[in-house]
Design a binder for this molecule. Sequence first.
Ligand SMILES: Nc1ncnc2c1ncn2[C@@H]1O[C@H](COP(=O)(O)OP(=O)(O)O)[C@@H](O)[C@H]1O
Ligand SMILES: [Mg+2]
Length: 148
Amino acid sequence: MSKTIVVPIDGSECALEALDFAAELVRSEDDKIILLTVVGHKKVPKELQHYLEVEHVKGPPDWEYDQLIASGILDEGKQRLQEHNIHQFETLVERGEPAELIATAANQQAADMIVIGSRGLGNISGLVFGSVSGKVNHLAGCKVITVN
Ligand SMILES: Nc1ncnc2c1ncn2[C@@H]1O[C@H](COP(=O)(O)OP(=O)(O)O)[C@@H](O)[C@H]1O
Ligand SMILES: [Mg+2]
C-alpha cells in the first residue's frame, strides 16, 4: 500500500534529519513525501488593514517576505530529497500557528504519518521536545514519528 508522509521543516538541522529518516521510509514509486513549512503570521493593525483593502493589496504586507523565507526552507528540503534520489514529493506553505497547521495539513492530505524533528530553531537546551513537536504529537490524527 502506498503511503503519504508529511515532513514539516523549519530550516533547522533536526528537521532535515527527520527528512532523512522519512526518505528511508519511501519504498515504492507511489509513496509520497509532502514537505511543509509554516511561516509566521503577524497580525496587521486595523487601520493598516483598511488601507490595504482600499489599495487592493492582497494579504498582509509581509506576505512576500514570508514566501521568500518559505521557498528558501523548502529548497533546502528538496535538495536533501534529491540526495536520496527521491523525486515524488510535493511542497506546501501554510501561514499561522505551526503545530495546528501541521496537524490540519496532515489531515487534509490524508497522510499516513508525520515525521517531525524533536527540536527546531529554538533549541533551548535541556528540553527533549520543542513546543511544535510536542503539540503536534497531541493534535495529530495520524501516526507521528519524532526524530532526534
Ligand atoms: N514553522 C514550522 N514549519 C514547519 N515545521 C516546523 C516549524 N516549526 C517547527 N517545525 C517542526 O518541528 C520540529 C521541532 O521544532 P520545535 O518544536 O519548534 O522546537 P524548538 O523549540 O527547538 O524550535 C522541527 O524540527 C520541525 O520538524
Ligand atoms: Mg521552533
